[in-house]
Design a protein around this ligand. Structure first.
Ligand code: NAD
Ligand code: ZN
Ligand code: ZN
Length: 341
């Protein structure tokens, strides 16, 4: 079968000589409908954050059940499913609570399919346990794949701040890409707060307006923080969700977040922040959430089935993977690119 393989630092190739796996025990073999192309893949490819192993990329996957291991009782051939991405041990307390993204054993294990183990940029993908599947019913697996990360990650990040995001408050989204464009829609649907979006091109800022932002600010402007403070007034933003995570965006966040607010850094841009007691308003929670829980993925499917969130999908073939990564690197993907076998 065909697959997009990571061979090491800056070395990604499409191969056509892998064997179609056979599921045993509780494993499930999926025929892939779509595999989303996440910016985290670029951190793997360009920065080598997962090293010493060759694997198939793609951690944002959906498809149809092709074959089940003998222990699988609840799925049959043809069922449309999402693959929950952060694969935990399945037994520790966070995993029992469905929060495999915070599995106690994370430091000892590969992060999941497409993140050290074989992922879904292939004709077929072997999922190690049926517990990692979420049915999508009438949704199309081709366009549902990004729900597993581009939607789940912002959903989980936003849920942390929900009790604070009342209609008199402001929330700022930094980075209107794969994750950020879904974050805007989740905020629009789940909070009454006024949404401000930041990105670095006018095209992305216009896109943000279509998705629920009332205001947009170009974060490249040297006075971006002042522009945002002019909108929020003295109360500042109750939550800032940073989908870039560069030093400049973290610094912007510290300037625009208000007292008792949340500064949530989702982006893995390698930014630094030197803690300083007076560098931020009192009571701010700064967090670095990782992905979301299995239960939250079920909730995300609910949002999508009600058509409350729509993922802007650019469709490509598996063979185009290397070119698609180039496009993503150059900021040329609007919404999410999905590879379709
Ligand atoms: P993307 O490339 O689709 O989108 C990034 C967006 O940020 C683009 O619109 C780009 O124009 C914008 N941008 C770049 N620099 C900016 C700046 N200085 N100010 C404002 N906007 C800027 O990326 P994505 O797939 O949405 O991923 C976003 C980040 O989140 C990546 O770092 C990725 O690795 C990370 N991520 C984290 C998790 C997690 O669980 N913590 C999960 C998935 C992705
Ligand atoms: Zn991702
Ligand atoms: Zn665990």
């Amino acid at each position: 079968m065909k697959a997009v393989r990571y061979f090491g630092h800056k070395d990604v190739r499409v191969v056509n000589d892998l064997e179609k796996p056979t599921p045993t025990g509780d494993e499930v073999l999926l025929k892939i409908g779509g595999a989303g192309v996440c910016h985290s893949d670029l951190h793997i490819i360009d920065e080598g954050i997962v090293s010493g192993t060759v694997f198939t990329l793609g951690h944002e996957n959906a498809g149809w059940v092709e074959e089940v291991g003998p222990a699988v009782k609840d799925y049959k051939k043809g069922d449309a499913v999402l693959v929950y991405g952060p694969w935990g041990c399945g037994h520790c307390k966070p995993c029992q609570q469905s929060k495999e993204n915070y599995c106690d054993h994370q430091s000892e294990m590969a992060f999941g399919g497409g993140l050290g183990l074989n992922g879904g940029m292939a004709d077929y993908m072997l999922v190690p346990s049926s517990r990692l599947l979420v049915p999508i019913h009438d949704l199309d697996p081709v366009i549902a794949a990004p729900l597993t990360d581009a939607a789940l990650t912002p959903y989980s990040a936003i849920k942390r701040s929900l009790p604070k995001l009342m209609p008199d408050e402001f929330v700022v989204v930094i980075g209107v890409g794969g994750l950020g464009h879904v974050a805007l829609q989740i905020l629009r649907e789940m909070t009454g707060s006024t949404i401000i979006a930041c990105d670095i091109t006018q095209e992305r800022l216009d896109f943000a307006k279509e998705l629920g932002a009332s205001y947009t600010v170009n974060s490249k402007d040297s006075d971006a923080a002042e522009q945002i403070q002019k909108i929020t007034g003295i109360q500042k933003a109750k939550a800032v969700i940073d989908f870039v995570g560069a030093t400049s965006t973290i610094e912007l966040g510290t300037k625009i977040v208000g007292l008792d607010g949340d500064l949530t850094i989702v982006g893995l841009g390698g930014g630094h922040y030197e803690y300083n007691m007076m560098g931020m308003p009192f009571g701010v929670s700064m967090t670095n959430p990782y992905w979301g829980s299995r239960a939250e993925l079920i909730e995300v499917v609910g949002l999508a089935r009600q058509q409350k969130i729509h993922i802007e999908v650019e469709r490509y073939k598996l063979d185009e993977a290397v070119a698609v990564y180039d496009k993503l690197r150059n900021g040329q993907i609007k919404g999410r690119a999905v590879l379709i076998p």
